[in-house]
Write a protein that binds this ligand. Structure first.
Ligand code: BG6
Length: 484
């Protein structure tokens, strides 16, 4: 019996590219948690498709391996979930394989129940277009027997031109309402909290503009290197891998106007308006508004070209040409092999216009709001406070809130459930994707030209190239909340 609180219907989720890392590390655990917590209809089925020589049993065992140690009750719930999982060996672009999959999925609904389906493309991006066309050709996107939705992983395109071409293919076989372009950052609790923080409180909104904000930083820093993914990463680099997707999505949520409702269209309209207002640079402007770096030893990694100019670190400065943000720079920074893994948005407020206190030569610390995406998910507000004592000295103090760690779920859980329930709010629309590439393309081009943009080396485990500090320029400093 389905839980009466479950809002979704019976459906089959078909994962193409199911033998890969994403399915084992993220998708299967997320689906298992959703299923075992009663968030999904009891009759949901999960089908993995890949070319690897696996059968139902070995596929289930591979997924179980990705779960690590399970307690006895968890193991029991897993067995129940695994019973709903099957594997079909085949190719996502081959009609014969698709027909086999189609027949198998249809057979789950032989009792006359609706044949709802989600196809998850956990594939190499070069297979997206071919897979979509093949699904269309084989009639597998026809919604007469139930809904058909497609989840597409990032990267969506490698530049504006290829993203436009992919969108054209998508729209030749699907309506936009069937398309769920995933950016897993939007599934993070703290990223959604940005909306609540901004639009369910009144005290910050009056300050959230050019009159009070000096600049905004969006940092997504990683301590890991390319982790054996250098083959993909060397062609992508930090601009395509992180900036075009995760960082621009964060920027659009910080900078957008209040949407009319929390519905998908209202939200995505406002995000798109921000991206549309970001000043478009030519190649020289892009070079002047960025710094790139590569960690020492990167070129020696397997899959990396010995003379690779791929940036593993980048900092860029954007301007949003609208009434709210005119003159307020937005700095986006991301890199691999750095000293810590931390994602954070820092809103740096302007200093007081005049100081009346004796600060012993020290400038009064301007207010700083840090929204910590991960780890130590929460919010920190730095404010100036009286130093206890007989004199009128001041010192910065921090007000902070942290989410209880055990309540933070993996972002894929939220996003998969949204796709099942047909809620597109946390998925990127075709125009957002294209506008993001339009912003990023000039940086990619300028970074290809070493005469325009120097590639700085940095040590693994450091905070990135020193040139990034000069780029920000004193008195501005990069913020990164220190966990005590
Ligand atoms: C992915 C990138 O989209 O995001 C990876 O391809 C990166 O290179 C990852 O490591 C970071 O995600 P998270 O959730 O660990 O910050």
């Amino acid at each position: 019996m389905a839980d009466s609180s479950v809002k979704n219907e019976r459906l089959t989720i078909v994962i193409f590219g199911a033998s890969g890392d994403l399915t084992q590390r993220k998708l299967a655990p997320a689906l298992f948690h959703l299923q075992s917590s009663g968030a999904l209809h009891q009759m949901c089925r999960f089908v993995g498709v890949a070319r690897s020589e696996l059968d139902d049993e070995s596929f289930r065992a591979k997924l179980a391996e990705g779960m690590g140690e399970m307690s006895p009750p968890e193991r029991e719930a897993w067995d129940d979930f695994a019973g709903k999982v099957s594997y079909i060996r085949g190719s996502s672009t081959d009609d014969a394989s698709l027909k086999k999959i189609d027949a198998a999925v249809s057979s789950f609904c032989s009792d006359g129940s609706a044949d709802n389906r989600i196809y998850y493309l956990a594939l190499g991006p070069s297979l997206y277009a071919g897979t979509l066309l093949a699904l269309g050709r084989c009639g597998m996107l026809n919604e007469s027997g139930g809904f058909r939705r497609v989840v597409i992983e990032k990267p969506f395109g490698a530049d504006l031109k290829s993203a436009q071409a992919l969108n054209e293919t998508v729209h030749s076989v699907l309506n936009e309402s069937q398309v769920f372009r995933i950016d897993h950052y939007l599934g993070k609790e703290t990223v959604q909290n940005l909306l609540v923080f901004r639009f369910a409180n009144t005290i910050f909104e009056p300050l959230w503009n050019r009159n009070y904000v000096d600049h905004v930083q969006v940092s997504v820093l990683e301590s890991l290197d390319t982790e054996g993914r250098a083959g993909y990463y060397d062609g992508a680099g930090v601009l395509r891998d992180m900036m075009q997707s995760h960082l621009l999505q964060l920027l659009s949520l910080v900078a957008m106007e209040p949407p009319a409702t929390s519905g998908a269209n209202a939200l995505r309209n406002e995000k798109a308006k921000v991206l549309q207002s970001v000043r478009k640079y030519d190649i020289d402007q892009a070079a002047a508004n960025s710094v790139r770096g590569q960690y020492a030893g990167y070129r020696g990694e397997e899959g990396v070209a010995p003379s690779s100019g791929t940036a593993t670190f980048g900092a860029i400065r954007l301007h949003i040409d609208n009434w709210r943000w005119q003159g307020v720079p937005f700095y986006l920074r991301s890199g691999k092999a750095l000293s810590a893994k931390t994602s954070e948005i820092a809103v740096q407020f302007r200093p007081p216009p005049h100081t009346i206190f004796d600060t012993h030569g020290r400038d009064v610390t301007p207010n700083l709001l840090q929204i910590s995406i991960q780890p130590h998910e929460g919010v920190h507000l730095t404010f100036e406070n009286k130093k206890p004592g007989t004199r009128m000295g001041t010192a910065p103090e921090i007000l902070e809130y942290h989410f209880p760690p055990q309540l933070i779920r993996d972002s894929y859980e939220r996003l998969l459930l949204d796709a099942v329930e047909g809620d597109q709010s946390l998925f990127t629309r075709s125009d957002e994707i294209e506008m993001s590439w339009q912003i990023i393309d000039p940086f990619v081009e300028s970074w290809h030209n070493s005469l325009k943009s120097q590639l700085y080396s940095y040590e693994k485990g450091s905070s990135g190239p020193g040139a990034a500090d000069e780029f920000l320029g004193a008195p501005r400093v990069w913020h990164h909340h220190e966990v005590k």
